[in-house]
Design a protein around this ligand. Structure first.
Ligand code: NAD
Length: 362
């Protein structure tokens, strides 16, 4: 099969859908990989590395799309890429079609087989979304620590303190993928860390794992208030699948927090779990509420495209290889996880939430 890797052209997207190791695997298994020149630059992967792994470098995006049997990408195609769609092409990427009616229509009209990373599912797990939550969780502590410095408007406190000086108090709301990764980083930095969740089984697991180095608390509004009144850094990492994030931190509560506290809302992409959250960008990531600093960047992994590219491709590669080795139809038949990822095929929407979002038949 010929696999195409175009350069991402969406604004501020520096990730790439395949690393040199991925190219090596595909070519070793008898496939041809076309990589658009410069596709890896934003993730510090050079054209020479791709060529050394066996890729054919192509100057023109149209040629990558035109010659490939399957295109692998990171972000959903934008309108100037729609003319590349054609019958028989397999597209494997993040799509978020529920929010993209025009893209959905373009995929249907062209006869592309579109498989979305975000809906590939094993049981209740979303394995191609999880690495971005891992990145956001770990990064939340890094950015939170930076925001706590005095020049950034924080109270001027070091996460781990120093011998003889108390460490920062870090409170994490939500003990899922991102919250657990935030906890690991905050504990590693020497902070005093409390994590709250409504899932008591999850708190049991974390308590067992951390053996007293992490405080676990059942989440409810009184416990959240108690924890936040002590907090220097709060990380919001809750998710109710398919729903908007619950507003767990009111404006009134923020008003009572210690001046210079920092609140990082990872859940901003689901509406945020703080009442005053609004999405911000890497260029202008923070704003002030009462005397606290809010950080609410909606695409946190974009700040670390190098790590994010490797984290993403580590989990997408095996599915992309299955699609290439077996062909899309046989790969889908063999793997229910991929079937859950199928969003558009044969001119029809093939995913329940996309059909519901656009009032289209399945
Ligand atoms: P997850 O499903 O792994 O974890 C969510 C946790 O929240 C679960 O353990 C759940 O029990 C808990 N929870 C639900 N309601 C709660 C409540 N009232 N109090 C305390 N805990 C509660 O989700 P995740 O993968 O960690 O993702 C969390 C959020 O981060 C999602 O909205 C996701 O889209 C978002 N995210 C954002 C970025 C970004 O760049 N900002 C990147 C990746 C993920």
């Amino acid at each position: 099969m010929i696999i195409g890797v175009p350069k991402e052209i969406k604004n501020n997207e520096f990730r790439v859908a395949m690393t040199a190791s991925g190219v090596h695997e595909f070519t070793r298994q008898g496939h041809t990989v076309l990589v658009e020149r410069g596709a890896g630059t934003g993730s510090s992967i050079t054209d020479e590395e791709y060529a050394g792994a066996g890729a054919e470098l192509v100057t023109d995006a149209a040629e990558v799309w035109g010659r490939a049997d399957m295109v692998v990408k990171v972000k959903e195609p934008i309108s100037i890429e729609y003319p590349y769609f054609r019958k028989g092409l397999v597209l494997f990427t993040y799509l978020h079609l529920a929010a993209e009616p025009e893209l959905t229509r373009a995929l249907m009209d062209s006869g592309v087989t579109a498989i979305a990373y975000e809906t590939v599912q094993i049981g209740r797990a979303l394995p191609l979304l999880a690495p971005m939550s891992e990145v956001a969780g770990r990064l939340s502590v890094q950015v939170g620590a930076q925001c706590l410095t005095a020049p950034a408007g924080g109270k001027g406190i070091l996460l781990g303190g120093v011998p003889g000086v108390r460490p920062a108090n870090v409170v994490i709301l939500g003990a899922g993928v991102s919250g657990t990764n935030a906890a690991a980083m905050a504990i590693g930095a020497g902070a005093d860390v409390t994590i709250l969740d409504i899932n008591i089984d999850r708190l049991h697991q974390l308590d067992d794992h951390y053996q007293g180095r992490l405080k676990t608390v059942a989440s409810n509004s009184l416990e959240i208030e108690r924890a936040l009144l002590q907090a220097d850094l709060v990380i919001g990492s809750v998710l109710i699948p398919g729903a908007k994030a619950p507003k767990l931190v009111t404006n009134e509560l923020v008003a009572k927090m210690k001046p210079g506290s920092v609140l990082v809302d990872i859940a901003v992409d689901q509406g945020g779990c703080f009442e005053d959250t609004h999405p911000t960008t890497h260029e202008n990531p923070t704003f002030t509420v009462h005397n606290s600093v809010f950080y609410c960047v909606a695409n946190m992994p974009g700040a670390v495209p190098n790590t994010s590219t490797y984290a993403l491709t580590n989990v997408t590669l095996r599915y992309a290889l299955a699609l290439a080795n077996k062909g899309a139809a046989a790969a889908l038949e063999a793997d229910p996880a991929l079937v859950a990822g199928l969003n558009v095929a044969g001119g029809q929407v093939a995913h329940h939430s996309v059909s519901t979002a656009h009032g289209l038949p399945l």
